[in-house]
Design a protein around this ligand. Structure first.
Ligand code: HEM
Length: 508
């Protein structure tokens, strides 16, 4: 405890005084990590230390320092702030690309990257489109009633359906069949976290020194309880095995399982993996090892699960925030509508190229992500060996977290209108966008930047084109202005609701 208390003093960093046991967890939980960071930055400056429970982390909004951490010195900072109960990222057999580090991460990422190539995105687009059409039907019903409703909830249904179908490798009919429980299980994972699991998670954050013990407790408790996570993983595993058996004849929609099965593991890959554990906790020499481009069944299940968790709430939040911004800025919405109708002739057959042509749409989405960066707490890295950033010494094991909200709202970086919704700032002709690569980081930066970024942008843009071409988004008496944000200890800052109404366009 004494070592904890003195750590940042020894490193010469300011920061909030930690509670002897809870560190700064109380403040983080009350306000939500990203929003609390903003407040601390105002008080302690661009670089300071804090304790998320017993876990020390440096927080910084210094762009050059972040560039060092995320890009230039990536070989030192290849770990990410992990979830202690997910297991040891260097040993866990089913580690996923999100939690992995070192050469294990490098291997999973190298295999995962092509999943989001333009060619594959085009193959995934029909599935996304089908689910967006379902959303439009729901909006039609709301418009017919002429009432206000929380559009955030509909976006959560959309993004969960899309990412679940693509990650679990099932057809839309199977997914929506009430007799199977894919969606119910997925909803349970995000909705009702079981208390007992939370207790062990909290314990592992407060006293991380005993993580293996908390993890064992969580595992023992899981064997006596029918937890949704393991149930879902079992169901995905069965799908992967069935799909592998029918791989040659499969002619259903393209999904992640199909893309990953093409990179299926052959017997013998383990020896390669053992080799990869060399230098896990030290500097990663990226090009030293030949990467085995194959995945085992367990790894496919682990990636599916990670993509489900990473791809659901982020995209739903982003759509909800943009809808709010468009409803409260009707002039910008009209500009977007005009761009869409003047560029796309056939709304029933929108191509990938159509979407990429829409410049104003691109700026709207980017500006939404600037004002409401999601999952910003995962914009973090772990020092795998003693090093320095600028004149700050960073001991091995220390986490460095980007204060994304401060950066995105900085007047110094974005100008006096930093807190306003101005998509035009991304227009290259206006020459207003800051040049620094770390000024806009909703998807992180460097080799570990969000792997699903292009997929998320595709889904969001397609949904917005279909919605805005058909409906006008309007505020109502019930719209919460400004939005109320609820922080979250672990991940995303979400709006409590985005209650608006949709009015059909007369010229549709
Ligand atoms: C608007 C939507 C999204 C936002 C704002 C977002 C944001 C982020 C951020 C900030 C990171 C950390 C990046 C870093 O550390 O540099 C990240 C990582 C990641 N995201 Fe996303 N994400 C989104 C959608 C998605 C989707 C749709 C998927 C998958 C289908 C996905 C999968 C992942 C994965 C697997 C990682 C870990 C990558 C690695 O460590 O190599 N994300 N995301």
């Amino acid at each position: 405890l004494n070592r904890r208390r003195l750590l940042f003093k020894r490193l010469g960093l300011p920061g909030p005084e930690p509670h002897w046991l809870l560190g700064n967890a109380q403040e983080l939980m009350q306000k939500g990590g990203p929003l609390q960071f903003q407040e601390w930055t105002k008080r302690y400056g661009k670089v300071y230390g804090h304790f998320a429970g017993g876990i020390p982390a440096i927080v910084t909004s210094d762009l050059d320092m972040l560039h060092d951490v995320f890009v230039k010195k990536f070989d030192y900072f290849h770990g990410r702030r992990d979830f202690p109960l997910a297991g040891n990222p260097d040993k866990e057999k089913t580690v996923n690309v999100f939690n992995a580090r070192g050469l294990r991460w490098k291997r999973l990422r190298t295999i995962g990257n092509p999943t989001f190539s333009v060619a594959n995105l085009k193959k995934l687009m029909p599935t996304v489109d089908e689910h967006i059409n379902d959303l439009i039907e729901k909006l039609d019903a709301e418009a017919a009633e002429g009432r206000s409703f929380d559009i955030f909830k509909l976006y959560q249904d959309l993004t969960l359906n899309v990412v679940a179908q693509i990650s679990f490798g099932v057809s839309k009919d199977v997914l929506s069949n009430p007799e199977n429980n894919y969606l119910q299980l997925a909803k349970k994972i995000f909705g009702q976290q079981k208390l007992i699991n939370n207790i062990f998670t909290i314990c592992s954050v407060i006293i991380p020194e005993f993580t293996p013990f908390w993890r064992a407790c969580a595992q023992v408790s899981a064997t006596f309880r029918d937890l949704p996570g393991p149930q879902l993983q079992k169901a995905i595993k069965q799908n992967v095995q069935e799909r592998r058996a029918t791989k040659a004849t499969y002619n259903g929609p393209v999904d992640f399982i199909q893309l990953w099965l093409d990179a299926e593991a052959e017997p013998g890959w383990q020896s390669n993996q053992e080799q990869m554990q060399v230098s896990q906790d030290a500097r990663m020499e990226m090009n030293r090892l030949k990467i085995e481009r194959k995945l085992s069944t367990d790894e496919i299940v682990a990636q599916s699960f990670a993509f489900l968790v990473a791809g659901f709430d982020t995209t739903a939040n982003s759509l909800a925030y943009v809808s709010y911004l468009l409803a409260t800025n009707p002039d910008k919405q009209t500009k977007l509508y005009e761009e869409i109708v003047s560029s796309i002739d056939d709304m029933t057959n929108i191509s990938y190229e159509d979407l990429m042509r829409l410049k104003y749409l691109d700026w709207v989405v980017k500006e939404g992500l600037r004002l409401y960066p999601l999952a910003s707490i995962v914009n973090s890295r772990q020092a795998m060996a003693d090093t320095t950033i600028g004149d700050v010494s960073v001991p091995a094991g220390m986490f460095v977290v980007a204060d994304t909200w401060t950066i995105h709202y900085s007047r110094e970086i974005w100008g006096d209108d930093a807190d306003q919704f101005v998509p035009e700032r991304f227009d290259p002709e206006e020459n207003r966008k800051p040049q620094h690569p770390m000024a806009w980081i909703p998807f992180g930066a460097g080799p570990r930047q969000c792997i699903g970024m292009r997929f998320a942008l595709l889904e969001e843009k397609l949904a917005l084109v279909k919605i805005i071409s058909k409906f006008e988004l309007r505020t109502s008496q019930e719209t919460t202005i400004p939005l109320k944000l609820k922080g979250n200890f672990a991940a995303t800052v979400s709006p409590t609701d985005v209650t608006i109404c949709v009015v059909p366009r007369s010229d549709y």
